[in-house]
Design a protein around this ligand. Structure first.
Ligand code: CA
Ligand code: CA
Ligand code: CA
Length: 262
């Protein structure tokens, strides 16, 4: 449905109303329109060099532009004219119609040689590959979009860019963003205290070891240490982020497919 609405919008002609003075030139949809002279109830008009005379309230197509002479003010050498313009062709329907050229509608007619059509103008492409946009700045991501080089700021390129001068965090660069996650579960044996009298609580290589003592009876669940809880929370948040990211990607893919069949 959305697609149909867009196509409808594209097919609606753009009409421009303009009051012009003699020898004035305007650009309308890539066409150069000049009011050459006003005399009595007539106006001499040219579109990209092709001339024609219009009488008051008359409509003529000159070089692919439908022009209506709506009104004339102060008829004479310095008179002005009120004109309506409408393209006689449809730029954007993917057909290179009569009067359409690379200059006024490269959307439909394309561009010659190495030129590429961007925003309905033929331009010499700045790039076709991301690698042509390298700016020697490691903190920008360089890419080619619509034949122009773009540079997106990123926070890091390598892990070293993320050093937070904190030995308790592992500093990594992930897709241009820094991650500084705690790299220890415990520092001392006290950090591993699980409130269970039947375990020996030790901190070994930054990790807790709670070993069951032999022939010891204790009812209930052993408690987690504060640090264990903190690390579990970080892990849960990370898993939540990854889940959201996956859902986002899936939604986008589904909506792309939906649009494709609408
Ligand atoms: Ca066309
Ligand atoms: Ca760069
Ligand atoms: Ca660190």
């Amino acid at each position: 449905m959305k697609k149909l609405f867009l196509i409808f919008l594209l097919l609606v002609p753009i009409i421009l109303a303009e009051e012009m003075e003699p020898l004035e030139t305007i650009t309308y949809e890539g066409r150069e329109i000049t009011l050459n002279a006003v005399q009595g109830n007539k106006a001499l008009i040219s579109v990209d060099g092709e001339k024609n005379i219009l009488s008051l309230n008359q409509q003529k197509t000159i070089n692919g532009v439908k022009i209506t002479l709506i009104e004339i003010f102060d008829a004479g050498d310095f008179g002005t004219a009120n004109l309506d313009f409408e393209l006689a062709y449809n730029c954007g329907d993917l057909k290179c119609d009569e009067f359409e050229t690379s200059e006024n509608c490269c959307k439909d007619c394309g561009c010659s040689g190495a030129l590429k059509c961007v925003e309905n103008s033929c331009i010499l492409p700045e790039c076709t590959l991301d690698s042509q946009c390298e700016d020697s700045n490691s903190l920008t991501e360089d890419y080619c979009s619509e034949f122009k080089c773009k540079h997106r700021n990123i926070k890091c390129e390598k892990n070293l860019d993320c050093n937070d001068n904190n030995l308790d965090t592992d500093d990594t660069c992930y897709k241009g963003n820094c991650r500084n996650f705690l790299n220890y579960v415990c520092k001392t044996d006290e950090d591993c205290e699980d409130q269970n009298p039947c375990t020996t609580d030790l901190c070994v290589n930054k990790d807790c070891q709670n070993t069951l003592k032999e022939n010891c009876e204790f009812e209930g669940e052993p408690e987690k240490t504060v640090l264990e809880k903190q690390n579990e929370e970080i892990k849960n948040n990370l898993e939540e982020d990854v889940k959201k990211l996956r859902e986002n990607v899936l939604t986008k893919v589904l909506s792309w497919f939906k649009n494709l069949f609408n």
